[in-house]
Design a protein around this ligand. Structure first.
Ligand SMILES: [Cu+2]
Length: 146
């Protein structure tokens, strides 16, 4: 190997090592200490009060599970016929949800069943909901750590 080739090889090896260490650190990063883990909160603009509850606890990494989402006005009146879009992912890993959860039923009293949620890794997950009702839209994000 010429001197130049050796230098290039060493540089590439160092870059690969640094990348591997970076990925390892990213995956094993712990969530922020001050993460809001509440399961009931107001949407960003205060239009709705939203509560989420998994259908079974404890939450496990792996299986598909369902959640019940309850949408109310700030003064506690159930919001019916809401359209709900679901998004999310792992902020510290830069990836989204591994599945496409969707509302599969309206249960009355402002409650909606969401199926198809899967957490395929341990760590900090975000579940984000965009909720539209009566021509008004608002959003809320929940943090889940497992
Ligand atoms: Cu991840």
């Amino acid at each position: 190997m010429s001197g130049m080739r050796k230098t290039i090889f060493v540089v590439l090896a160092l870059v690969a090592m640094a990348a591997a260490i970076g990925v390892y650190m990213m995956i094993h990063m712990s969530p922020p200490d001050d993460l809001d883990l509440s399961r009931s909160k107001a949407t960003a603009n205060g239009l709705f009060q939203v509560t989420i509850a998994p259908e079974s606890e404890p939450l496990r990494q792996g299986p598909l599970h369902a959640w019940i989402l309850t949408v109310e006005t700030p003064d506690g009146v159930p919001v019916e016929a809401a359209e709900i879009a679901i998004d999310g992912g792992m902020p510290q890993h830069g990836h989204g949800l591994p599945t496409s959860p969707a509302v599969t039923g309206s249960l009355g009293d402002g409650r909606y069943r969401i199926e198809g949620v899967r957490f395929n890794m341990g760590g900090w997950w975000e579940l984000k909901f965009a909720i539209a009702a009566d021509g008004r839209m608002d959003e809320v994000d929940f943090n889940i750590v497992l």
